[in-house]
Design a protein around this ligand. Structure first.
Ligand SMILES: [Zn+2]
Length: 431
């Protein structure tokens, strides 16, 4: 046996979908547990601690009962260039894009600016416990390259794409479809499948795309069927109405489908106002929805019908949607997902919420065979959470009667201070 490193602490991990299975069998939890990581950075064992679990030559890292080992979080939709404009208030989606987003994204033609924001961006994600994310860049190829470089430097599991857009935005953010295709193709060939990095073909959304641009995006998807597709759908009622005007012959989902942009590697942000017919299309193609409750509340976009989407057989992950989301925190995403369902008379348990932020996110990104849970053979991607990180967390967590209650404490009052350490593929990542 090759030596392993054993991390001893409280352990919690989803292992199955609690929306589809018995909740009690959807996770493992150990009050005094351990995770063993082999030299290749894979999980060799998980279980209840005892003096017999360590073999000769193993290194034991005793983190104490105040630490909780859990999978890293997955952010299935956000915009790296919008980090600096979080909290730009006032206005709904279309007005907000014009007033704040487009001028902010235009600054990324300057590589120096892109480098500065990329550094801050990955610092913030990892500090908040996000170890894998599906990320929009801007239309700028060089800035996109810089986001990839920074993810690679950190050992971050990133799926990134150059935004494609050729109409209905200021001139300084428009490109032509042929250039958009050529630059995206070059970035895809450079980065897709390099280490932990993957490429996402990223048309911003239907309204900023001519039919030609969508055709070119579809060409890329046909040439590289393993690449992701990342875009938005049905976030806001005025946006849906606009899509009907621009593409009168089709429903919103049909627009993407017609150009060959929907399969199981397609992740569509929001999906707040989808029709039953559109849900049928998404289910048939296996496409995923990124639910971004914090953003939906901030922009007043609407209340996500989680159970209607799940019942239709569509896989859902959680996203922060920075910068319409006001924090990179998946703790907040879980808390806001809870509240958005509460006002619709649905109560989600901490087990359901934690699943959405971890294994459910991995599934939304088609990575559940590799990561997303603490199971033997998977990549050792995990967080060390500090149950006493703040006085309030110590007070609230200290009276937690069960693992379920402890998770609730983290969800509702946890923040970046709760993340003590983060590991990807067994290697500690810095923030
Ligand atoms: Zn977005």
């Amino acid at each position: 046996m090759t030596p392993v490193r054993l991390y001893r602490a409280r352990v919690f991990s989803p292992i199955a979908d609690p929306f589809a299975n018995d909740v009690a069998s959807s996770y493992v939890a150990y009050e005094d547990g351990y995770v063993a990581v082999d030299e290749a950075g894979r999980i060799a064992a998980v279980g209840e601690w005892s003096s017999e679990v360590a073999q000769e030559g193993d290194e034991i890292v005793d983190l104490g009962r105040g630490a909780l080992l859990t999978p890293g979080f997955f952010d299935t939709h956000l915009h790296a260039p919008q980090l600096e404009m979080i909290g730009s208030y006032g206005g709904h989606l279309l007005e907000w894009l014009n007033r704040y987003t487009f001028p902010t994204e235009a600054k990324f033609r300057d590589p120096g600016h892109a480098r500065k924001v990329a550094t801050a961006f990955f610092d913030e994600l990892i500090r908040h416990g996000t170890l894998c994310a599906l990320i929009f860049s801007t239309i700028h190829a060089e800035a996109t390259d810089i986001f990839f470089e920074e993810a690679e430097r950190r050992g971050f599991r990133g799926i990134i794409g150059k935004t494609m857009m050729d109409r209905n935005a200021p001139d300084f953010l428009l490109e032509n479809a042929a250039d958009s295709h050529a630059q995206s193709r070059e970035l895809l060939q450079k980065w897709h499948g390099r280490g932990l990095l993957r490429y996402a073909i990223t048309p911003r959304f239907a309204p900023t795309s001519t039919p030609e641009l969508l055709e070119r995006a579809g060409d890329l998807k046909r040439e590289f069927p393993d690449a992701y597709v990342h875009t938005h759908i049905s976030e806001n009622r005025n946006e849906v109405e606009w899509v009907h005007q621009l593409f009168p012959e089709a429903e919103y989902a049909d627009v993407y489908d017609r150009y060959g942009l929907l399969d199981e590697k397609s992740v569509l942000a929001h999906g707040v106002h989808l029709s039953d017919e559109e849900l049928d299309v998404l289910r048939a193609r296996g496409s995923r929805i990124a639910h971004c409750p914090n953003s939906n509340l901030f922009l007043g976009s609407g209340l996500f019908p989680l159970h209607r989407i799940l019942d239709a057989g569509v896989v859902v992950g959680l996203g922060s949607d920075i910068g319409a989301g006001t924090t990179p925190s998946l703790f907040t995403a879980m808390a806001d997902a809870y509240k958005v369902q509460q006002v619709q008379n649905v109560s989600l348990s901490p087990f359901h919420l934690w699943y959405l932020a971890t294994l459910g996110g991995a599934r939304a990104l088609s990575l559940e065979g590799e990561t997303g849970s603490l199971e033997v053979g998977k990549s050792a991607d995990f967080l060390v959470l500090d149950c006493g990180a703040t006085p309030l967390l110590a007070l609230r967590g200290g009276r937690a009667s069960s693992m379920e209650d402890l998770l609730a404490a983290f969800i509702f009052i946890g923040d970046d201070r709760a993340v003590r350490e983060a590991y990807v593929a067994g290697r500690r990542v810095s923030f």
